[in-house]
Design a protein around this ligand. Structure first.
Ligand code: SF4
Length: 361
């Protein structure tokens, strides 16, 4: 036996102490944390993540209003309810009046940011209606007075620049995975590099960028280590993970996902690896019932607040808790309180965004 190759089993307390103090982890240590199963060990991981969140953000939480204003899409992602070939995906395209009214309602309720999301709707991309989209986003930004995130899918560089010129703050575009083979099975016929490069270009334009992962979809620990390395290299400002939810009418409808514990461990790892970034706890996976565990894993943003009875849908869980009012600020406040957290002042979110944007201006 070559004694030089002997590698002792990583020690959990040592790894976490090192992570909290130095904010670095070797791939071997990341894998060890991802593989934790014992509840008391997983809790040590979450506790370390909360300590790091406290150091950077105190007890303040940011809250995002979500307006999924068109569910039409030209793409055919294997995991998505709204893939173009899925007759089960409920289609709508909200009018400007409906969108502005909803933006106003969300802003009045106290959200920190408005996230304007759509599928890659051919109406806006193929029929010369892009200027309508720009006008709409501009009106939302001006009337709400809030930072705005856009999630329109892949746009041209000129279009992204136009968004920046009207003051859009964030561009969200998720790879879902950085394993190219898996990516090609999930995001059918979509260029991996084009997607990645647009996030870099957003930074060049002075916008903030969000990257996102899908978990429970066949990714390995090695894949996740690689994703973290790519995210570090991209220097994205918000990092997110959401568990895969099987969608009716899609090729992955019957894909078994198991528990969402892996998502929680990834949230905690993101907090340890990206301590000063924003990390969402999404209501779009397990609804209000899953919020506390995501906050306890180290998340510091609650997404996605959706007003009830307006016909707006979510992405992974298109209707869960929406019309019951579970995706409202009133519903999440008791959960924040139980976690010893509270909403940040709106101004402090604006300051965070402006401070962060200085890196790219
Ligand atoms: S994930 Fe986005 S791009 Fe893919 S099908 Fe769904 S809405 Fe379209």
């Amino acid at each position: 036996m070559n004694e030089g190759l002997y590698m002792p089993e990583p020690n959990l307390e040592y790894i976490l102490t090192e992570a909290v103090a130095c904010e670095t982890l070797a791939d071997r240590e990341i894998t060890h944390l991802l593989n934790l199963e014992q509840p008391e060990e997983v809790e040590l991981l979450f506790n370390a993540a909360r300590m790091v969140r406290e150091r950077y953000f105190g007890s303040a939480i940011f809250i995002y209003g979500f307006i999924y204003f068109s569910t039409y899409c030209r793409n055919d992602c294997a995991f998505c309810l709204y893939r173009r070939s899925n007759p089960a995906g409920k289609r709508y395209r909200k009018t400007p009046a409906e969108i502005l009214e909803t933006a106003d309602q969300l802003a009045s309720s106290g959200v920190h940011l408005l996230d304007l999301t759509m599928g890659e709707d051919p109406y806006y991309f193929n029929e010369g209606h892009f200027d309508q989209l720009l006008l709409l986003v501009d009106q939302v930004k001006k009337t709400s007075g809030l930072p705005v995130m856009i999630s329109p899918g892949v746009v041209s560089r000129d279009q992204l620049q136009s968004f920046r010129e009207i003051g859009v703050d964030w561009y969200a575009l998720y790879q879902e995975t950085h394993n190219i083979d898996l990516y090609n099975k999930l995001r059918l016929d979509q260029d991996y590099d084009e997607r990645l490069e647009l996030k870099r270009y957003a930074h060049q334009l002075g916008m903030l960028a969000e990257e996102g992962l899908l978990s429970g979809i066949g990714e390995s620990a090695e894949d996740l280590c690689h994703s973290f390395a790519v995210m570090r290299e991209l220097e994205v400002d918000q990092v997110r993970v959401m568990s895969f939810i099987p969608q009716v009418g899609t090729p992955l409808e019957k894909y078994s996902t198991g528990s969402h514990l892996r998502e929680l461990k990834i949230i905690a790892l993101m907090r340890l690896l990206f301590p000063d970034r924003l990390i969402p706890a999404s209501l779009d996976v397990d609804g209000l019932a899953g919020l506390r565990q995501r906050l306890n894993a180290g998340a510091n943003v609650v997404t996605s607040i959706i007003p009830p009875h307006k016909g707006f849908q979510g992405v992974s869980q298109s209707t869960l808790d929406v019309d019951e009012g579970g995706r409202s600020i009133d519903a999440i406040l008791p959960v924040l309180d139980a976690c010893g957290l509270q909403p940040a002042p709106v101004e402090s979110y604006k300051q965070w965004v402006e401070q962060r944007r200085k890196r790219y201006s």
